[in-house]
Design a protein around this ligand. Sequence first.
Ligand code: SAM
Length: 335
Amino acid sequence: MNPFHFSFSSCYFQIMFTAAELGVFDLLRESEEPLTAEAIAEGLGTSHIGMQRLLEACVGLKLLRMEMRDNKGFYGNTALADLYLAKSSPKSQYSDMKFDSELYYPSFQYLADAVREGKNQITSIYESPMKDFFQAIYRSEEGIQLYFGALKNSWILYCREMISEFDLSQFHHICDLGGGSGIFAEEHILSYPNSSVTIFDLPEVVEKAKKNFVALEESQISFQGGDFFKDSVPEADLYILSRILHLWDDEKCMQLLTKLYKACKPGGGVLVIEPVLDEERVKYFGAHFASIKLLVHTDGKTRTPSEHKALLTAAGFKEIQAKHGSVYGALLGRK
Ligand code: SAM
C-alpha cells in the first residue's frame, strides 16, 4: 500500500458503514434482481445524486457489483456484502460496525493524548466523570444494546470455533465470568449438553441478559449478578474468562485469577479467550487494533501467550495449554 492509500482506509470504513446503515445491502439482498441507482435511491428515500456516488464507491471497494444493461448500471451485492453487511443476514457484522462508528472511531481523536500520557482518556471522551468504560457504556439502555449487539456479532462467527479448541467434556459446572449476553453459555450447552452454566456479570447486565438474550435451554443456564473483583464467585469446575483479561492491567488480572484459583475445585480449570498477540508481536493486526482501542478506553491491553501463561502460573494454575484460532486465542489452565 502506498502512503497515499493510508488516508483512504477510514474513508473505506465510512463508505461501507454508510451503505449498510442506509440499508443498501438489505434492499439488494431482498431484491430478486439487480437494481438501478434510481430504484435504490427511491426505495431508501435518498437523493439520486448521492446514492449514485455511494454505489459507485461501493463497486470500487468490491462491496457491490455492477452490470450495464441498455446503457444503465444495475447494482447487486457481492457475496461478502450479502453475508456480512446486510443487517438481515444471520452473520451480519452491522452492530459491530455501528459500535466502532459511534464509539471507537470518534474517540480516536484522543489517541495522541493516550499515547503521550500512557493512560485511558475516559474523562475526556465523556462529558461527565466516569469510573470506567463499563459505567460509560451502561449509563443508557441504547449503550447496553449497542455493546451487546457488537459482542454478539463476533461470537456468531467465532464462538463455536473457540469452544471446540479444547475438550471440555470433563467439566460439568461452568461459570462464565463477565458472560454478558449469554451467547457463549448457549453455545457451550449446545456443544456439551450435560453441562450447566452460571452467567456471572454486573447486576444491570444480568437483568438484561435474563430478559433479552437467552432463549435456549434455560434450565441449564442460571444467572448471578455481582462484581467479580468485590463479590465471591459461584462454585464451578471450569471458569470461563472470555474477552475479560484484556480489559484490565496485570495487577487487576492477578487479583481476579488468584480469586478463581482459590474458588476452583482440584482438577478444575480456567479457560481464557482473548484477542491474543503472537510472541513476536507482529502478526495479528486485529489484536493490535484491539490494543489501541483498549489504550484509549481502559487500563487493559492485549497480551502474548507467554504473558497470559505468566499470569495464570503466578495465580497457581498448571498444565497450561494455548491455542490460536482464526482470530482469537484460547488458554486452558488446571488446578
Ligand atoms: N464474555 C462476553 C463475551 O466474550 O462476549 C462479554 C465480554 S465483555 C468484553 C466484558 C464483560 O465483563 C461485560 O459483559 C461486562 O459487563 C463484564 N464486567 C465488567 N466488569 C465486571 C465486573 N467487575 N464484574 C463482573 N462482570 C464485569
